[in-house]
Design a protein around this ligand. Sequence first.
Ligand code: SF4
Length: 430
Amino acid sequence: MARSFDIPPIYRSSSISSLKQIRSENDHLKKDFQPSLLVAGKVHFRLARHFGFCFGVENAIERVYKALRENPDKRIFLLSEMIHNPHVNDDLKKRGIKFIHSTDGSPLLSLDLLQPDDIVIIPAFGTTLEMIQRLEEKKVNLQSYNTTCPFVERVWKRSVKLGSLGYTVLIHGHSCHEETKATFSHAKSAANALILHDKKEAHLLAGFMRRMAKIPKQKEESLTKSQQDNLKRLKEDFFSSFKGRYSQGFCLEKDLSKIGVVNQTTILASETRSISSYLASVMIELYGAKRFREHFADTRDTLCYATLENQLSVQSLLEGQGDLAVIVGGYNSSNTFHLAEILQKKIPVYCIKDADEIQNRRKIHHLDLQTKKLRCTNDWLPDKADETVILISAGASCPDSLVEEVVNRIAELYGEKSPFQDFIFASSVR
Ligand code: SF4
């Protein structure tokens, strides 16, 4: 049975909890990714099978509120946003928790302010070894309420293991994201590491691997002048292409020949898989099918279950009807953005932080997925004679209460009552 967490009721929705419970009872093995159908007159909402708080987020929320309850007289700090949701972070600030860094890593408070009696909470996506060391020097209480997600720690352990076996760790992630910075820090403690942003960069890397493979494996001084020139150019190109994203001492001659791929747990799982299988094929091309396992580690088990389930559920939404999609989540939430990214290939998608972004039937404020800036769109809801179908999902850091408010707000714009009372399942009506 899945562990249940003590989460403040403001983040729960009793309707969505019941709906999720029924879905889970009917699908113990989590094989059914069909959406749930909620009907409000002529508006039909197709709600993703899996969305909202994941294990790691619920665990983090439980611990941080516990810290507040158990330490009314102590100063409590969060290293940065605990999860990427403004509602949760604002509530914690109101309750007196102070944030040391902003999401981009810039300091909001000096570490010099910290005293041994203070509690410092590490967020769900963890932190770097360098930061842990600095905090340990301050002798603050770090361990009692550490909220680092065990699935993120699993990636770190896997990276260290890869390093001990002589593999270079390739991290598929956003180099500015706290989790990727943390994974890079843990990986480079035991291995050489490199951050890849996307599939395009995997192709770029493969180009360097192929160029490297053409240079004879011998001491640089014994290469011909033209081979030495090629190697020099190759190194310059590589280090400028991946500037700031490789570990110190990264050596092209050695570190491109034995690799393993891990990822930022909230990134597009399908893209990590695609990068991984592409690089595996490059290693087969360079070293042959028989020897490729010596050069490429199998790291499929580092993908986070929640990210994968949410992404598969959204993929399944696209298999049926839909006029538009609304994705609820923080604007700096990477996993929310990727859900929207999957859907936007087929239909208009509005990524919103909460129901307040829905101004009226004509106007909505939302995140523009191309520019990643906030914008306002007019005439976002269609005026159809027949039914309007709206696809709904939410990021792993989004409270269910916000999703319920969004659905109810849209129903209200059509003059309908909340559809949560009499939901039926799409799997039975498709
Ligand atoms: S998305 Fe996965 S890795 Fe990230 S906090 Fe949630 S469960 Fe943990």
